[in-house]
Design a protein around this ligand. Sequence first.
Ligand SMILES: *Cc1c(COP(=O)(O)O)cnc(C)c1O
Length: 457
Amino acid sequence: MRLDTLTLQQKDAKHHLHPFSDLQYQNKPSMTQMISRAEGVYIYDNDGRKILDAMSGLWCVNMGYGNQSVHKAVREQMEELIYYNTFFGTSHPPAVKLSEMIADVTPEGMNQIFFTGSGSEANDTMIRLVRHYWASKGQPTKSIIISRKNAYHGSTMAGASLGGMSEMHAQGGLPIPGIVHIDQPYYYEACVEAGEALDRAEFGRQAAQALEAKIDELGEDNVAAFIAEPIQGAGGVIIPPETYWPEVDRICKERNILLVVDEVICGFGRTGEWFGSDYFNIKPDLMPFAKGVTSGYLPLGGLVVSDEIVKVLRDAKVELAHGYTYSAHPTCAAAAIANIELMHQTNIVDKVKNEVAPYLANKWKLLTDHPLVGEARSLGMLAAIEIVKDKDNFIRHKNAKEVVGVCRDHCFANGLVMRAVGNKMIIAPPLVCSNREIDEILEKVWQSLDMTATSIN
Ligand SMILES: *Cc1c(COP(=O)(O)O)cnc(C)c1O
C-alpha cells in the first residue's frame, strides 16, 4: 500500500535522522520533500509533481535516472554472486573488470585501483596510503596533508578534517592532527573583498603560491601531500583561474609533495573529459573517486593510485593493513561497469565537451544580465551564479544566506532542484540533459531570480 505524503512525513520525522539538515524538521514534518520516483533528469514527489533535478541527486546521477542496462546488470550480478570480499588474496570477476575499465580511462601512469564504499572512505584510505608510502621510502616525517579552506572531501573524521568547512570542524573536535588548510582560489570572493575587479591570472598564481609558502613554513620534510578538487563543488562551484593548476603542479613536483586530486565530482565526465585532471592537464599521484562512477545507482568509490606509489608499497614487503568489507562489492561493481559501458556507448564525454556543456555555457553566461547576478560561471556540467546586491561595486546582501534560501525555495516551487551555498546558487545537471531540458533549467532559474528579487524588496 502506498502511504499518503503527510503520513510518510510524520513517520519520517519520528525515526529518521537526516544528514546535513536542521533537526527542527522533526517538529515540522510537512516541510520535508518526499521524493518517490525518478526518470531521466526528472524526479517526482510523492504527489506526482515533476521536478527537474539540476543537481543530479548529489552530483552523482550523471547518466540520468532509470537506465535499464544498469538495472539489468545489477539484477544479473545479484543472481550470480551477490557478495564476496576481496580480502586475504581473493577477488571476483566484477572487481577484475571494473579495475581494468577504470585504468583504461585514467591519466597515464595511474593504473592501480583501490575500492571503497564512498568518497569519504576513499579520502581516509588516501591519508593512510600516503603516509605508509613516505614511511616505506624511509621518510616517515613527511606526514602533514595540506588542504584548502572551504574544500569538501567527505564527512568521516578524516574526510571532514581534510575538508575546509568551519561548520563541520565545529562538530566533533576537527580537524584531526596533521592536516592544515590554505586559502582557496576563489576569484570572485577576492574581488568582493577588494571591492573591485582583480587581475584573474595574477590572482590564480598568488593563490597557488600560498601552497609554496605553507610548504616552506612547515618544512618540505614534514609535508606528505596536497589535496584539492579540480573545481570546488560543495564549496560553491569555484572554478580556479587558468594560472592556478599549472603553478600547483609545478610546486608539488619541485617540492617532492604528492598531489591528490579529489575527482569525486569532476571524475567520470563532468568537465567534458574523463577526469578534471585531464581538463586542467594536472599530473596527480592519487585520485579519489565515487559519485559518477556508478551514476549513484549503487554506492561505490575508490582511489586511483599511481604505478610509482604502488611499486614502493610493494617493495616494502609488508601486508597492506587496510580495507573495507564492501571494497569492490560485486553488485555495486556491476552497476559501475554497466554505467561506464553506457558512457562509452553514448560517447557522453565527447558529447558533453562538444555539445552539451557549450550549449549550457552560452545560455548560462546571459544570467549576468539579471540585476541579482554578479557573476555567472560554468565549466562542463557545473555552473554557479554569485548573488549580489550591487554588481558594479561587488557588494553582497547583508543577509545573503537568507536571500539564496528564498531563491532555492522559489526554484523548488517552480519545479527545479538548484542548490543554495552561502551567497551562490549552483547546479550540476545530469550529463545527459537535452537542449530542451537545459532551456527549461534556464527558464526556471530566470523565473526564480525574478521572484526572489520581488520577495526581498
Ligand atoms: C561528495 C564528495 C566526497 C565524499 O563522498 P561520499 O561518497 O559522500 O563519502 C568527497 N570529495 C568530494 C569532492 C565530494 O564532492
